[in-house]
Design a protein around this ligand. Structure first.
Ligand SMILES: Nc1ncnc2c1ncn2[C@@H]1O[C@H](COP(=O)(O)OP(=O)(O)OP(=O)(O)O)[C@@H](O)[C@H]1O
Ligand SMILES: [Mg+2]
Length: 427
């Protein structure tokens, strides 16, 4: 075997599955390898010395001119990728698809041993590569398809989720409406029946009054009064009117609490001094508190808190009134405040009867009350809860039966929206 490096290179070029053509400076064919002879079907002897574009007329185009120009100017190799360019010359492919010949080419100048400039032209059959790439593309398409399917599913889920939320809201509204109906039904019921009784009483009283004109003597009138149970009527009328007033008052309270529910979004958030609000509220409810408790204020240091002040006052009022109601004889209500800079809190602590674990689970439910029928609406804490929620805050309760209760309302010092806005303007 000939181990001369030159002939080794020659063997390699002859056997490699890459087309190799060498052109002279005038772009005439000097030589090519076996791959070109086989794939082009042209014998080298007939092509030698002839212009490359005469041997391969299909190469005679804009692309080849450009490649040659680039290679000459830059004295560097010029690569053409099969994806960007049609095949330079027609070669048969070793793949099944004979009609498709895909080619990448490398065209480069080099200097021969005698100092003359030549050009090398290498051609790769890239059908196999193309196939792989085709497979990859199909796989990619399938993946994309899967992804868009998943995105569609996600969108469906989102819609379903928002529908669910909507129906949950509707259910909550339904529950509230049912509660309102139930709560209002009772007082309206007895006010109505009281009105009927009063109607009977008024008729009887009118009869007695009318009899004054026709009566012949006082005894007759006295008899009529006895017959119509005047004394009983007299006693009952006052009770009926008082009870009816109570009933109407109760309906009024429920309606005003409901109004507060529906008006939660109306007022504007603004930075406010919570301590001022607490003092005002204490003044308002003082009448309810003074016979039940001594009120101790333990105010901390508070910056202004971004809130809807009237609504926060309402929350504090509900907590204070509840605290007073929880105290049986006489106790103490402590009103505390504090802040860690980001959150501010208000605490209402009482020495009242406390709340057992079972009740504790329900105190924020609309219309849940442990007060005697006709006394509480059960809306105080529910309303407070939704107000605090609107403020992006939270309410904590700590209670033990017999020992008292502590409610703590946490409020962000600045509302998340305005924090974002502020950051955006300072950024
Ligand atoms: N400080 C407290 N101590 C003990 N129990 C409390 C306290 N605060 C609330 N509760 C319990 O929670 C229930 C619900 O309170 P909520 O304020 O919502 O309604 P209510 O006070 O019963 O009625 P309303 O506020 O309309 O007068 C009360 O009935 C009571 O059982
Ligand atoms: Mg209450």
């Amino acid at each position: 075997m000939d181990n001369n490096p030159r002939s080794l290179f020659h063997e390699l070029v002859e056997q490699i599955e890459i087309g190799v053509i060498i052109l002279d400076d005038e772009l005439r064919v000097m030589t090519w390898n076996r791959f070109i002879s086989e794939r082009s079907g042209r014998p080298l002897e007939q092509a030698r010395g002839k212009p490359f574009v005469d041997v391969f007329p299909e190469a005679n185009g804009e692309h080849f001119v450009k490649v040659v120009k680039l290679a000459r100017e830059r004295a560097k190799h010029v690569y053409s990728h099969w994806l960007d360019n049609l095949p330079l010359v027609k070669l048969s492919s070793d793949s099944d698809e004979h009609e498709r010949q895909l080619q990448s080419t490398l065209f480069f100048p080099f200097e021969a041993a005698n100092g003359e400039r030549c050009f090398g032209l290498l051609m790769y059959d890239t059908n196999a590569v193309a196939k792989t790439s085709e497979h990859l593309e199909t796989a990619l398409k399938a993946l994309n398809h899967k992804q868009s399917e998943q995105e569609q599913l996600l969108r469906k889920l989102e819609t379903a989720n928002s529908q669910l939320l909507q129906s949950e809201k509707l259910a909550a509204i339904g529950q509230l409406a049912a509660g309102v109906a139930h709560e209002i039904n009772n007082p309206i019921g007895y006010v109505f029946s009281n009105l009927k009784s009063l109607d009977g009483y008024v008729r009887a009283l009118l009869k007695i009054t009318d009899a004054v004109d026709s009566a012949t003597d006082l005894d007759e009138l006295r008899q009529l009064k006895r017959d119509l149970e005047y004394d009983y009527i007299r006693g009952d009328v006052e009770a009926l009117i008082n009870e009816s007033e109570d009933g109407i008052d109760r309906v009024k309270r429920i309606i005003s609490a409901l109004k507060d529910f529906s008006h939660i979004e109306e007022e504007e958030f603004r930075p406010a001094d919570l301590h001022r609000g607490l003092d005002t509220t204490l003044n308002v409810v003082n009448n309810e508190l003074k016979y039940k408790a001594e009120v101790v204020k333990e105010y901390g240091v508070l910056a202004e808190v971004e809130c809807i002040p009237s609504q926060i006052n309402q929350v504090v009022m509900n907590l204070l009134v509840n605290a007073a109601h929880a105290i049986e004889q006489f106790g103490r209500i402590t009103l505390r405040t504090g802040s860690d800079g980001v959150w501010a809190w208000i605490e209402v602590e009482d020495t009242g009867k406390g709340i057992d674990a079972k009740t504790l689970n329900r105190i924020f439910e609309p219309f849940f009350t442990t007060k005697p029928v006709g006394k509480g609406t059960g809306l105080g804490l529910a309303l407070s809860y939704s107000i605090v929620q609107k403020h992006n805050g939270r309410i904590e309760v700590d209670s033990a039966p017999g020992l008292g209760t502590r409610f703590r309302v946490w409020l962000p010092v600045r509302q998340p929206d305005s924090v974002a806005q502020q950051d955006a303007t300072t950024a």
